[in-house]
Design a protein around this ligand. Structure first.
Ligand SMILES: Cc1cc2nc3c(=O)[nH]c(=O)nc-3n(C[C@H](O)[C@H](O)[C@H](O)COP(=O)(O)OP(=O)(O)OC[C@H]3O[C@@H](n4cnc5c(N)ncnc54)[C@H](O)[C@@H]3O)c2cc1C
Length: 389
């Protein structure tokens, strides 16, 4: 061995094999950050239009750490008080445009994922008004036919969407409720698993445990840096990072909003089946088999819940347990056996950010509390930008 050869033995070696460089790490045509409903739908739509393209989805979580696997699973267009609160901002066209997006998005989701595969149950919904809310009840009733008119125009439905009834519906301390006809619940985990399977079957490579830390535009494309130290080269980059976006692009107006969720132990003979909404959508509940899921209430701690750090707090847990005991037809002593949180992406406007954010870089983020409804559509729009730029 010559001196030169022996020195070469001590040169740093690349930490990847030539086999990895030419497979896992080989350049992408389209690289998407975020394996939630938006990112995976974008990948599926790209493959539908460009089957030969190399499409990679990277996520820092093992299977996605965002809201898509952690939400309540309501397939809904918005409850009456939620829509009225949105209309108060004076941007009526925007509100109805969003409702239309929800309607179209849900239709697209159902075309992509068979209802049975995500346990879609057309259970209807109810907006509940407690005895402390007679004024809110009256104000909502005054506006109900206006809301119904707009919803019918959007959905083409002939029968009313909203049916007020002053019965307590079996809930305690109730003043009235508005039944929501066209609403369903799904199993978000099964929806996401089906979307992941579909993407993989089309040849999309989905890798978990890889956080994107930054990127460099090289002129011929983009080098994407990651927490693992590996760099992927791609022609086009798509950000579907929703509530975590500000860690990558603080200049985009996307604010994280934590949402806490709690699950009771099984309750024998739950008498109601509908999706439950109260207080402008801030409180929601549904059945999960014989268990009851209740969540939200971020309005009681808006500052504390403006975070993308996961976790639950005693303050919100106590509030929701108290709410459940005051209003739900369950015997006392109910306790939570499971708790988790998810991160929403919100902002001063409720509309998502869907646009080019740099040369060959696109974002589809800020889906608020309606990503089950609009995620498929927003993913499709991300794919169109990435394909057609
Ligand atoms: C508790 C809760 C209840 C909800 N209930 C409903 C409901 O009933 N109906 C409804 O329509 N909507 C609901 N939503 C909203 C809905 O879940 C979201 O709008 C939707 O899931 C957003 O999907 P997404 O793919 O855009 O984002 P996400 O699902 O949040 O996915 C973003 C992904 O990006 C990844 N990521 C972020 N940064 C990086 C990085 N630097 N590198 C790599 N990966 C990264 C994250 O790990 C994450 O997996 C709820 C949300 C929550 C939290």
């Amino acid at each position: 061995m010559t001196d030169e050869q022996s020195t070469n033995l001590h040169l740093p070696l690349a930490d990847t094999s030539c086999w990895e460089d030419t497979t896992v790490l080989s350049p992408a045509d389209y690289l998407i950050v975020g394996a939630g409903i938006t990112g995976i739908n974008a990948a599926i739509s790209i493959k539908a239009h460009a089957p030969a393209a190399r499409v990679i989805v990277l996520d820092r979580g093992s299977w996605g750490e965002g809201a898509s696997f952690r939400n309540a699973g309501f397939a809904c267009l918005g409850s009456p008080t939620e829509l009225l609160a949105d209309l108060q901002d004076g941007q009526d066209d925007l509100v109805w445009h969003l409702v239309e997006m929800r309607h179209r998005g849900l239709q697209q989701l159902i075309r992509r994922v068979r209802p049975g595969a995500m346990e879609l149950t057309r259970c209807g919904g109810t907006e509940f008004f407690s005895r402390d809310e007679p004024a809110r009840w009256e104000q909502t009733l005054d506006q109900l036919s206006m809301l119904d008119h707009h919803l019918k125009q959007i959905t083409g439905r002939k029968e009313p969407h909203f049916i007020p009834t002053q019965s307590d519906g079996g809930f305690r301390n109730g003043f009235g409720q508005i039944l929501i006809a066209d609403e369903a619940r799904i199993h978000p985990g099964k929806m996401m698993m089906r979307l992941h399977e579909m993407a993989r079957s089309l040849g999309v490579m989905i890798l978990g445990g890889v956080a994107i830390t930054g990127w460099t535009n090289t002129g011929s494309g983009i080098d994407v840096q990651t927490s693992t130290g590996h760099v992927w080269h791609t022609r086009r980059l798509g950000l579907a990072t929703n509530g975590f976006t500000r860690r990558l692009m603080p200049e985009l107006e996307v604010v994280p909003a934590r949402n806490q969720v709690f699950l009771t132990q099984p309750i024998r003979g739950i008498a109601w089946d509908r999706c439950f909404h109260a207080h402008q959508g801030y409180i929601y509940a549904r059945r999960v088999g014989e268990q009851l899921l209740i969540g939200g209430a971020r309005h009681i701690d808006p500052i504390g819940e403006t975070t993308d750090v996961p976790g639950t707090t005693p303050e919100i847990e106590t509030y929701l347990l108290d709410y459940l005991n005051r209003h739900f037809p369950v015997l006392g002593g109910t306790c939570f056996v499971k708790r988790w949180s998810g991160t929403l992406g919100v902002g001063s406007k409720k509309i998502p950010v869907i646009r080019e954010v740099g040369q060959n870089i696109f974002a589809a983020v800020r889906l608020g509390g309606m990503g089950v409804a609009i995620g498929t559509l927003v993913g499709e729009q991300l794919s169109e930008m990435m394909l057609n730029s």
